[in-house]
Structure formats: structure tokens, C-alpha cells
Design a protein around this ligand. Sequence first.
Ligand code: GLN
Length: 454
Amino acid sequence: HLDRIAEVDESVHAFLHVDAEGALAAARAVDGALDSGAAPVSSLAGVPLALKDVLTTRGIPTTCGSRTLEGWIPPYDATVTRRLREAGLPILGKTNMDEFAMGSSTENSAFGPTRNPWDHSRVPGGSGGGSSASLAAFEAPLAIGTDTGGSIRQPGAVTGTVGVKPTYGGVSRYGLVAFSSSLDQAGPCARTVLDAALLHEVIAGYDPMDSTSINAAVPPVVAAAREGLRGDLTGIKVGVVKELGGEGYQAGVQRSFEAAVEQLRALGAEVVEVSCPNFGYALPAYYLIAPSECSSNLARFDAMRYGLRVSDDGSRSAEEVMSLTREAGFGPEVKRRIMLGTYALSSGYYDAYYGSAQKVRTLIRRDFDAAFERVDVLVSPTTPTTAFKIGERVDDPLAMYLSDICSIPSNLAGNAAMSVPSGLSDSDGLPVGLQIMAPALADDRLYRVGAAYE
Ligand code: GLN
């Protein structure tokens, strides 16, 4: 994989940092233990992996795609990182992303975009475009992403790979640099559903270091994936979300989705249409809640504690140093979000904006609750279009935000969701994703249905 990275990453740019030495040392440690007769520490011991640059890695730079953190070497591992190391997975390096995970194309990375391995003139999705592109370019067999509004699933869809957003609280957020704490969730990216399940099992589980971590058994995702691979969905009830799809969706994406629904039926599933009337409000609610939380979370980048500090020659006040540093360190999208969030949270507007968005969030959760009384899983396209051209949406934030119209409801409700490859669009020959959604703590259903379908 290191050879493959050396061969293709100059053009793909999936990685911000490659840790060849660390990866080889971890691989040799696994070999050494096996040679001395020890049992493997996990089913993935020795399998290398690419890690999104938003998770802290002790001794390895962590930038979140931002100038603000350029050169910062964390003194501690995220819980996800620690579990990967303990399970013997060599970390190949850190993957490119939209700055602080804000975006749908990786074009908001301060270090230049990642290119889609299927077509280098197109984006690999975002914010975790680097992780998904590393899989599609065969630079890594497994990767970790994070999903606040779709950043694992949408890149998965447009690169023809698998991406899973676990139930909120299922994977520890300790050491995941916060964008929107009530939505952020790390999860597995892989080329097959079973691979994703094996990785899910390594990273998931209760962590006292994260106050929102769920203290419950990890859903049996590997067993479910194996069950799914038998290709029988008899007894499974699938709901097609009426509000996600149709007008505004690329014709090839829509046709791929309809074919996917037919295939689920052929596998034995019972398919019904389900209405989730409040899903239409998910995007506006998200773009109040996520920027509000981001404006608070990113206040910690104050030029005093981390990374970048400009105009530090003693001639300026602390306040000036802070503001000049934030001006220089943050890109335009991050600034837009901080301003939106600060405005939405300001006194007099709080109830009208943030308060209303939270109420909408409850209505969306109720839509899911009602739907899951009738069906086991819900399905939709993962994203309305295939990979778009680099540059096409950079000047149009609303068009960029629409990439996540299908993925955001699951983040707002905290339930589990997966994107699984669904063939190529007959509009343009590019990969399409099928989104599968399951209730909180029923992540195993995603794997059962996803493995049967893929
Ligand atoms: N594209 C969405 C945003 O820009 C989602 C990002 C994410 O999931 N991290 O906020």
C-alpha cells in the first residue's frame, strides 16, 4: 500500500501525511508477535488503514485540513486511534478533508482538493473525500471517516465504496476534533460491507472519556454482514422514503435507486413506501444547528493554545493576535459557518433560529420512530447526483449543501445509516450509492441488508 501511495497519490492527493515508518513498525510488531506464536490481537491485525485527519494521533500531525492546526502534533490518541493501534492495524497516514469537516467535496481543504480516482476532474465528495478516495484508488484497504451530515456516506457513494455512520454514541468522540458535537460520529469506510463490519467492531463500544458514549453492547455487525452474504432478505421489511428522490435528482441516480429497490425485492424483502413529512426541513435545521455548535467549538482556536499564531512580535494586544490569527488561519467556509452560528445563537435570535431548529430535529426523530414501527430499514439514494466537477459548486454554498439532503436526517435523529455501492449511473458512468437507514442501536440491520445487496 505504501508503494501504491507513492505511485498514485501525487495525482489523487488522498493523504495529507503518510507515516511510512510508523506503519511499517506496527506491521512488523504484528509479524513479530505471530512469529513468536502469539494469537493475533484482532481479526484485522496487520491490515493497514487510512485515518481521517480530524482524529488525533499521538506523534503524527493532525491538521483537520486547516492552516490553523498546521504543524500541530497531538500529545494524545483519540479513542478510535488507540483502539486501532491496540487491534494491530498499521496507520498508513492521515487523509485529506474539508477544513474542520465542513464541506462536501474536500475543496475546502487548506491543502488542496482530493481528486476522485474514477475521474480526476471530479471531486471525491466530502468532507472525508481523502478516506474514500484512498479506498477507491487502492491506496488503503480500510479507512476511517467522520460523519456530521453525510461526510462518510456521500464520499462513499461518489467513489463507489462503502461508508457507515454508526448510531450516535456508538463510537467514541474522544479525540475527534469537534465540529458539531451533537452530530459528529466516526465510522468505517471499506470496499465491502463485511470489511466495514470488521472495522466497526474494532472502533465501536463504550468509552468513559466521551460523555455521550452509549453504555451498551456493540450491535452484532459482523454476524449480520455474514448473514446478509447468504443473500436472503425474507422477513425484512424495507421502507422507501417518499420524500427522498424524484424531482431534482439525476436521472441515472434515480434509475439506479429504482433498480436497487427491485433487487431488494428479488432478495426476498417486502418493500413499502413510507412518508417522512418533516425530512424537507432537515437541511435548514442542520444549517442552524451545525454552525451554532461549530461557532462554539471553534472558539478554542484562539492563537493561545494550538497551532497557528500570527503577529506575535509583542507589538499587538492579545485580542488583535487572536483576531489576526483567526483571519489568517480559517478558510472562507469555516468563517461563514462561525458567523452563521454566532448570529443564530445571539440573544434575541436564539429562540427563532436555534430553538426552532431543535424543535424540527425532534419532529424528524418522530418521523423516523413512526417509520421504524412499520419497517426494519429505510432506503433512499445516498446523494442526489454523482461526483461533480472540481470547481463546479465552490461559489455556490447552497448547491454544495444540497449534496447532503438525504444523509442529514439520520444525523439529526442520531440513528445508524450506510451507503453501499449501487452500480454506475447510466447518465454518466459514475458510481452511485444506496443509502440504508436503521434505528439507533440497530446498526446490524444495515450490515445484513447491505451485504445481501452489494
Ligand atoms: N457536508 C456537510 C457539511 O458541510 C456535512 C459535513 C460532515 O458530515 N462533516 O456540514
